[in-house]
Design a protein around this ligand. Sequence first.
Ligand SMILES: [Zn+2]
Length: 117
Amino acid sequence: MSDQPPPYAEKGTAPPPNENTPISVGAPPTTVYVQPQAFVVQHFREVPLRMRCMFCQADVVTSTYFENGTLTWLACFLIFLFFPLGCCLIPFCMEPMKDVVHRCPNCNQQVGRFNRM
Ligand SMILES: [Zn+2]
């Protein structure tokens, strides 16, 4: 009489998701951070800086050169607006208005730059 197959009482036969899956305790997960050495943060200023060259790996004191930068051109533009013609070239003769480029004296590569803006 009652030979009916039982309804799907065990419909969800899959084991419940076990969040606490036991892992080997004792060995902390090893997270490896790969830090490229070429991008060591250096705070370049106007003065030469002692650092390891990223190109030739030599321990050097940088050579500094002045180059026209954003501030140079901005000052030129502002002077051009308010002063007689010609005065706008003054910033190009003033080192405090220029960016400072640091070069490696060993391989002559640019290793850094100090932007004034
Ligand atoms: Zn170098």
